[in-house]
Design a protein around this ligand. Sequence first.
Ligand code: DX5
Ligand code: ZN
Length: 216
Amino acid sequence: MSIKISPSLLSANFGNLERDIQIINESEADYLHIDIMDGVFVPNISFGFPVLKYVKELSTKPLDVHLMITEPMKFLNEVKDLGTEIMNVHYEATPHLNRAIDQIKTSGMRAGITLNPATPISLLEEIISDVDMVLIMSVNPGFGGQKFIDNSISKCERLKELILKKGSNALIEVDGGINLETGRKMKNAGADILVAGNYIFKSPDPIQTIKQFKQI
Ligand code: DX5
Ligand code: ZN
């Protein structure tokens, strides 16, 4: 199965979002990755639902929403109203994960759990069979353009082992510092979906860059 690509809108030009979303629409990207930040869970603020309402209208790609906020489940309905396909909540921000996963799935979205770089895979033992996706952060969340953390490769391999051991259908998504080289390493380690912000939007030809990602 070819790797799936989820370009991160965080690295787009916010003064010209319509143009940048059209570029992704015309590309071979599989999703559009949306980073929502609150300035509390992470040291940065991105965009909120009033802006995303227009993103939803413009994007023809399914939305992959990554919530970097302290109480993600408070916004279940707003995320659902965007027509979101994948709702990713952070392990570190969600005390009642079992209930959260159930609520996300019941509302018709696919449920993802995101792990910060320091959060171990072993914490997923009891929940891995219930989730649709695990998002491994390969940088500390909050900003685009950071350096890939090498430990993410073995972390991805250990997650893949756990998924196979438990007979889970969960897909593995990785986010942060992904370029063609780190993307290839993560694919070899078992990743199914690559998120990339800077490497796509700051490249001279994002459509071509996405094509290259699809071929790794
Ligand atoms: C970081 C975000 C990422 C970010 C990735 O907190 O979750 O999605 O946009 O950006 P790059 O690919 O530039 O590291
Ligand atoms: Zn993200």
